[in-house]
Design a protein around this ligand. Structure first.
Ligand code: GCW
Length: 631
């Protein structure tokens, strides 16, 4: 096989409970049948009589499952999808050697999906794991990998897949028009067997570009009719289609603003068209001015999404979900939680994480993202905690056609953790990483100890040698890999740190752009004042002189120098720790990860030297410890 099955490679072994010797069940749905098949393949039952694992398929569309004992039998009960999730959980627990306790489990959210930024030509926007396995040469494809992808998704409880890039272009524009109905139907059925619904991205300008109409104005009756008719045909031809994801009025794409309409008018028009087919609209909130003049100090990109969407709360149809990136700017290694996530009272929202490590090392650097996801889910704002307020979760996928799916073997931990947290946001980053490590590499404590430890620290290590204290955006424009401290500084994207020889950072407190006030009075006050702002976000919220004293007495500049030295040293130590696992993990995996660590160390040193040298040249303040800081 030209790809691995990741955490599904390992199967239960050793002494299994008596009931595992026989697997029976009357299952009707495709998902119920898949559950039975997975259990039989996983447990290899050998008896015709005696204690059994019995599957009881119940009516309904739910996704929960129950486990209970009847004499010597174990019963797994639930609707088809529930049986599937239960089957995978059961197999996983047996592989981990955990006790199977009676109980019930249900997902926290009805939509738990991956957004693929795959293009029809087979490339992937911000893809770091090879070519698309959904598109080849301009066409959607369905093959054995589609099915194995769906199995991997279901094994961690994920139930949605958006097939194509939010920047819809090329042949992907025709996914809507009937040209690829057969392929879409096939993909939809294959994913559906594992409970994964199919979503596609559509272009708001489609009536104009594909429909031949003179406008795409959402209030124009001919436009509305075009969408209704297009959806009528499409949803019939592709019964597993769940709806559309839309990037409108964002980074040059058309949207309702193009026609002087509100975001709600745009989203609702599409919502009306998909509603008769049970469809939903995932409407991205990534709307901001991407043609800013760097001299304009009033416009603050961090404010944009809240300013656009908060006043529209209550105006969206009930099958619209506002899709909100986890931070207010754009997937930096450290941002505050988007205030919009804790603001909406009457509108459904879906949080968007980015497993594709665009700004977190592009799957060459190890960066375990569960701590970031937890930080967001557990964040409490004036109207409650994110995990209780959102209605759904999604993540930009990190997958591609590489053998190991995610480019870096250790990046698979992010995919795993996202699924587990989407099902149960109460889990901890530690629990999920331990599970993943043991499922992937077995139980040798030298391996589990090293791998879990490095993964849990990896985000902060990355943050230290790249852009500490919430500063963000010192990466190379375009590729977003490697350091370029002023790369985005005089550009149009609104991503400034405004460093001079005296100060650094954007003032976002009440005396500045006022962004901190979007968090309501209490939190707003705390972010808005330098003394109470969490240090890790200090330069996100404040503009400070380099001589500013941090809580531990170091100057701000010294802290930045130190972080770069320390982060880089930690990256070097992680690489050595991995080297020590030679012979303890499979050789091919060992070599792949070792190659990645070599690049991580090279790149970490580059970050350290470029950022420190730049700051030294700007300020002429040397490192107090006299370490070499210029190239
Ligand atoms: O971070 C930016 C990326 C773009 C991406 C955009 C978005 C898909 O650099 O590549 O486009 O975000 O999220 O829409």
């Amino acid at each position: 096989m030209d790809y691995s099955l990741l955490w599904l490679e390992r199967k239960p072994a050793g002494a299994l409970p008596a009931w595992a010797g026989r697997v029976t069940g009357e299952v009707r749905s495709p998902q119920g049948r898949a559950a039975l098949r997975e259990l039989r393949e996983g447990l290899k039952p050998s008896r015709e009589t005696g204690p059994a694992l019995r599957l009881l398929e119940e009516q309904g569309k739910g996704e929960s499952f129950r486990l209970f004992r009847e004499g010597e039998d174990l019963i797994l009960a639930g609707p088809g999808k529930g049986l599937l999730y239960g089957a995978f959980r059961l197999l996983e627990k047996l592989t981990l050697g955990e006790e199977i306790l009676p109980g019930e489990s249900a997902p926290a959210y009805p939509i738990r999906m991956l957004d693929h930024w795959d293009n029809a030509d087979g490339s992937i926007e911000r893809g770091y794991a090879g070519k698309s396995f959904f598109f080849r040469e301009g066409k959607p494809i369905c093959d054995a990998r589609t099915r194995d992808y769906a199995r991997l998704m279901a094994s961690v409880g994920l139930n949605g897949c958006c097939l194509n890039n939010v920047n819809v272009s090329g042949e992907a524009l025709y996914l809507l028009t009937g040209k690829y109905d057969r392929e879409l139907r096939e993909i939809g059925e294959t994913l559906g067997e594992y409970g994964v619904s199919l979503w596609i991205c559509v272009s708001f300008a489609a009536p104009l570009e594909q429909g031949g109409l003179p406008t795409a104005d959402p209030l124009d009756p001919t436009v509305r009719r075009w969408w209704r008719e297009t959806c009528g045909r499409l949803f019939k031809a592709v019964p597993d289609l769940a709806g559309f994801l839309v990037k409108a009025d964002s980074e040059g794409r058309a949207g309702p603003h193009t026609y002087g309409r509100t975001q709600a008018e745009g989203a609702n028009m599409l919502a009306e068209a998909v509603k008769p087919h049970g469809g939903s609209i995932l409407w991205r909130c990534f709307v901001y001015n991407c043609t800013q003049d760097w001299r304009d100090q009033k416009t603050d990109r961090a404010r944009a999404q809240y300013d656009t969407f908060a006043p529209l709360d209550g105006q969206f149809a009930d099958n619209v979900y506002l899709q909100i990136k986890n931070g207010p700017v754009d997937f930096q290694v450290r941002e505050p939680v988007s205030p919009l996530l804790v603001r909406l009272e009457k509108t459904k929202s879906i949080v968007e994480f980015q497993l594709a490590q665009e700004y977190t090392g592009q799957q060459w650097h190890v960066c375990y993202l569960a701590p970031l996801m937890k930080e967001v889910l557990d964040f409490t704002g004036p109207a409650g905690t994110v995990k209780d307020r959102i209605s759904a979760v999604c993540a930009v996928s990190s997958t591609g056609g590489d053998f190991n799916w995610t480019g870096h073997d250790l990046a698979a931990a992010n995919l795993y953790a996202f699924g587990r947290l989407a099902w149960d946001p109460g889990l901890s980053a530690e629990e999920t990483v331990r599970e993943w490590t043991r499922l992937t590499y077995g139980d040798d404590p030298r391996v589990t100890g090293t791998v879990t430890d490095m993964l849990l620290r990896s985000r902060e290590v990355y943050e230290r040698y790249t852009v500490p204290l919430g500063i963000g955006w010192m990466c190379v424009p375009g590729t977003h890999y490697g350091p370029s401290p002023e790369g985005y500084e005089y550009d149009r994207w609104g991503t400034y740190h405004r460093a001079t020889c005296r100060e650094i950072g954007v003032e976002r407190g009440p005396s500045g752009t006022g962004f901190s006030e979007q968090y309501g009075p209490e939190l707003g006050r705390s972010y808005g004042a330098i003394e109470t702002c969490p240090e890790e976000l200090l330069l996100f919220f404040h503009r400070l002189p380099y001589a500013y004293r941090m809580k531990d007495g170091r100057t701000l500049l010294q802290r930045i120098y130190d972080d770069h030295f320390a982060g880089c040293a930690e990256a070097e130590a992680m690489a050595e720790a991995w080297d020590a696992l030679e012979g303890l993990v499979p050789e091919d995996a060992f070599l792949r990860v070792r190659e990645r660590f070599r690049e991580q160390v090279r790149s970490a040193r580059e970050w350290r030297d470029v950022i420190n040298s730049w700051l030294y040249r700007l300020t002429l303040i040397p490192d107090e410890r006299g370490r070499p800081i210029y190239l």
